[in-house]
Design a protein around this ligand. Structure first.
Ligand SMILES: Cc1ncc(COP(=O)(O)O)c(C=O)c1O
Length: 418
């Protein structure tokens, strides 16, 4: 039996096979996967090139204890990543998941600065392990019955344009968040006690929230001025999802540490803490380690994933299809007053449901009904946001215009049935 904490998630769809954009159900039906298995299969399910690379590696060596022994695929991946990462991130610690990489990033920040404080944001989702859950503030449910959390963490409001008290004014929205951050630095914890600010450059689970660029620019400035490390959690926004390799490039802001997972190896378990060698070399020896991290098969799949994204021009496709998808979603917004907001960057898009005629009052029931109706018509999407009132529109980056149109027609039909 599977533990209900995970296995009772919606919709519990029995699937027997997956290929490209599609999942094939036990019911004999084909489903379009518009959540890309939580932003993991950016190159599509079971991409032949990724499968071939993993299979080839499996025949040579499945496991290698990195450090004790070295294998080619982990070195090839470490050689390739700097070409696609922003700035000067050229040294890596590989683990198995997003949460584990988040743990690594805060251990790195605390260990090199010898400071405990960490600033995170409301709406953030950084994972389920204790350090990552301590940083998470997207839903109280994810923290219920788990106290005490890691000490030294302070949450300040994220710059969330749609939910700010000035929804039509990006400048004021940024000010609101930055003022709260400055109040925290002045009244609660001095910068001299802080190791890092950790932020999702586009929030995922918190509601697919795209902040104004100025928010990330100001965080960078505050970190530089106060000698704090800026950590970007690009677990969900990475690997082409935003129409650039990473959101950091989409916004033109460089972090000191970047955390990667999900799309990095197209479904094989892998996470990475990335930093410049000057910083990484200050992480004291053996303070952090792993048994499975940097697994040869996962690393081979990651190398093939990067090559695939590049050679199939998937970043350009994510940008183009994202624009097309948002245009279509905006048409639906004009048609159905239950849609309060459509937002996104690249193929990381959210559609927020509200009670019509109210001031942005969340309507999770309408979102849920739309999800169920769409699933019955062969379109799998998944909710996010505080109340589950946002639907993610985040298909694999291989999607064609024809399939975007087909999915948006299904969404239209589902909305009509509300
Ligand atoms: C932004 C972000 N960070 C971290 C995580 C945790 O990753 P994992 O589930 O691989 O531990 C997630 C997972 O959804 C995420 O979206």
């Amino acid at each position: 039996m599977l533990a209900p904490s995970l296995a009772l998630d919606w919709p519990n769809l029995p699937v027997v096979r997956a290929e490209g954009l599609f999942l094939y159900g036990l019911d004999g039906k084909q489903y379009m996967d518009f959540m890309a298995a939580f932003g993991v299969v950016n190159v599509g399910h079971n991409h032949p090139r990724v499968i071939a690379a993993a299979r080839k590696q499996m025949e040579k060596q499945v496991h290698g204890a990195v450090g004790v022994t070295l294998h080619e695929s982990v070195l090839r991946l470490a050689e390739k990543l700097p070409d696609i990462l922003p700035g000067h991130l050229d040294m890596f610690f590989f683990g198995n998941s997003g949460s584990e990489a988040i743990e690594g990033s805060i251990k790195l920040a605390r260990n090199v600065t010898k400071r405990a404080g960490i600033i995170a944001f409301t709406g953030a989702f950084h994972g389920r392990t204790y350090g990552a859950a301590s940083l998470t503030a997207s839903k109280a449910l994810y923290r219920t019955g788990l106290d005490p959390f890691l000490p030294g963490i302070y949450h300040v409001p994220y710059a969330d344009p749609y939910h700010s008290s000035h929804p039509d004014d990006e400048t004021k929205c940024v000010e609101e968040s930055i003022n709260a951050l400055e109040t925290t630095l002045n009244r609660l914890i001095a910068p001299s006690q802080i190791a890092a600010i950790i932020v999702e450059p586009v929030q995922g689970e918190g509601g697919y929230v795209v902040p104004p660029k100025e928010f990330l620019v100001r965080l960078r400035e505050i970190c530089t001025q106060n000698d704090l490390l800026l950590i970007f959690d690009e677990v969900q926004s990475g690997f082409g999802r935003t129409g650039e390799w990473f959101a950091a490039q989409a916004f033109g802001v460089e972090p000191d540490i970047m955390v990667l997972a999900k799309g990095i190896a197209s479904g094989f378990p892998l996470g990475a803490v990335c930093a410049h060698g000057d910083l990484m070399n200050r992480w004291e020896s053996t303070v952090h380690g792993t048994t499975f991290g940097g697994n040869p098969v996962s690393c081979a799949a990651a190398v093939a994933t990067i090559d695939t994204i590049r050679e199939e021009h998937l970043i350009e496709n994510a940008k183009r299809m994202g624009e097309h998808l948002r245009n279509k979603a905006m048409e639906l917004k004009r048609k159905y007053p239950v849609i309060g907001d459509v937002r996104g960057v690249g193929l990381m898009n959210g559609m927020e449901f509200i009670m019509p005629g109210t001031d942005r009052q969340p309507n999770a029931a309408a979102a849920k009904k739309t999800l169920n109706e769409s699933l019955a018509r062969g379109l799998l999407m998944y909710p996010c946001g505080l109340n589950g009132q946002v639907i993610r529109l985040a298909p694999p980056l291989i999607i064609t215009q024809e399939h975007v149109d087909k999915a948006m027609n299904i969404l239209d039909e589902s909305l009509k049935s509300l």
